[in-house]
Ligand binder design. Structure first.
Ligand SMILES: *Cc1c(COP(=O)(O)O)cnc(C)c1O
Ligand SMILES: [Zn+2]
Length: 421
């Protein structure tokens, strides 16, 4: 095998199976030899564990205004900030008083990840995957994608000067096809749904051993990028955790890693150890995790997705069971809403806060509203919601229901007659 065991991946010291706890050497692997369970990164970065430079609020604040300020907590080389990448992160955390008021809440924040380089949170995970993949000796950056990941991989590979190979379902929104194709690289549309594309990617990864499929064979590294959302929220709140957080769920990785980030910050003494609740948001047309939560099950039964919210349309979510663990441990819930409510969620966020989220943002706002209405989420407690992508990428969702107030002739008379004053 041409690939190397990792020599310089910062504080990462090994891999460990999330199912059976078997340890594995740090390197280009993602499944446990013993039970085929998913592998996760192991670190050494606390004071007592020694080895790596101590992480303090001041050391983080002295870093760049992007995810590399947290490089001491990620499986990336120490010099990562000096290598061309997309430098995502440090997106704005917006106090959302008008949205809060319309929902009968008192303290609400929107973490607006549409501000990343390719306008979704996927730039975070791809930047970490790219940095690790280079260190591990991979030559091509690849992925199966529901759209946003395709954008992020194609852009990051272009900036890094390496080849990309991206596979998406052929029924994807045309905006996401164009916003991937523009970066060049190998770009393949596949006649099948995301779960079909994902299976194909695993098969190709088995043959093309120097292709890093970011969310398949380098998934342990990729997944850690989502932790930066959690770190930023805590830092931007003034080094403390919110009471409640609502997170959109596709594979479920983002939700579980935000929780992991909060736990690491507590363990490192960077924030006070206090209880918080994690809530998951899905569209009813693809809600396998919400169904398992509501049914009281530990296993997530796969579904065939049928929803407008294509970026969340993963019918067989890899991290589904771990989402259930986090939500149940913290006292949260997983909720789902139908497509009409998704569209209303997009419009409500835009009307009240001037933030145009994509369908995933609509799912999150709609689920927040439902969680408050049904008494599952405390309207008085401080809450953060994630807007994970940009509405310009899913224009089709709102195009049928929004438009100009009036069309008039270019005269004052016509303006007066239209009753717009
Ligand atoms: C991928 C994606 C998510 C969810 O990510 P998972 O980690 O797979 O649960 C949420 N929002 C948007 C816009 C995405 O593209
Ligand atoms: Zn195992």
């Amino acid at each position: 095998m041409a690939l190397s065991p990792a020599s310089n991946l910062g504080p990462a010291v090994g891999l460990i199976c999330r199912e059976c706890g078997t340890a594995a050497e740090l390197g280009p692997r993602y499944a446990c030899d013993q039970c085929f369970g998913p592998l996760e990164i192991e670190y050494r970065f606390t004071r007592t564990e020694g080895a790596h430079p101590e992480i303090t609020r001041a050391s983080i604040e002295a870093g760049p205004r992007n995810i590399w300020r947290y490089r001491g907590l990620l499986p990336v080389p120490d010099q990562v900030a000096e290598t061309p990448n997309t430098e995502p992160g440090f997106t704005r955390l917006v106090r959302a008083d008008q949205l809060a008021e319309s929902l009968g809440m008192s303290r609400l924040w929107v973490k607006d990840d549409s501000g990343n380089p390719t306008h979704s949170f996927k730039d975070r995970v791809v930047a970490v995957a790219l940095a690790a993949a280079r260190e591990l000796g991979f030559k091509v950056l690849a992925c199966p994608s529901t759209g946003n990941l395709a954008n992020a991989v194609a852009a990051a590979a272009a900036r890094a000067g390496i080849r990309s190979a991206v596979f998406v379902p052929s029924n994807l929104e045309s905006q996401k096809i164009i916003t991937t194709a523009v970066y060049g690289g190998t770009f393949v549309t596949v006649d099948g749904n995301y779960d079909d594309v994902n299976r194909l990617a695993s098969e190709i990864a088995g043959e093309q051993e120097d292709w890093a499929f970011v969310n398949v064979n380098v998934r342990p590294y990729y997944a850690e990028g989502s932790k930066t959302l959690g770190y930023e929220i805590a830092e931007q709140l003034g080094w403390r955790l919110p009471d409640q957080i609502v997170v959109p769920v596709a594979s479920g990785s983002q939700l579980t890693k935000i929780d992991k980030a909060f736990q690491e910050f507590i363990k490192l003494g960077l924030v006070e150890d206090r209880p918080y609740k994690v809530f998951g948001a899905q569209a009813t047309g693809c809600s396998p995790v919400a169904a398992a939560f509501k049914g009281g099950h530990d296993v997530v039964r796969p579904v065939k997705p049928d929803t407008l919210a294509k970026s969340l349309a993963i019918g067989n979510p890899a991290d589904g069971p771990y989402v259930l663990d986090v939500v149940r441990r913290t006292g949260g819930a997983v909720e789902d809403i139908d497509d009409a409510e998704v569209v209303e969620g997009i419009r409500l966020l835009a009307r009240t806060e001037g933030i145009f989220g994509e369908t995933a943002g609509g799912v999150t706002v709609g689920c927040l509203s439902k969680l408050v209405r049904t008494g599952q989420l405390d309207p008085e407690a401080e809450t953060v919601i994630i807007n994970s992508g940009d509405g310009l990428k899913t224009l089709d969702a709102v195009a049928p229901v929004v438009g100009p107030s009036a069309n008039i002739a270019p005269s004052l008379e016509a303006f007066r007659a239209a009753g717009l004053a």
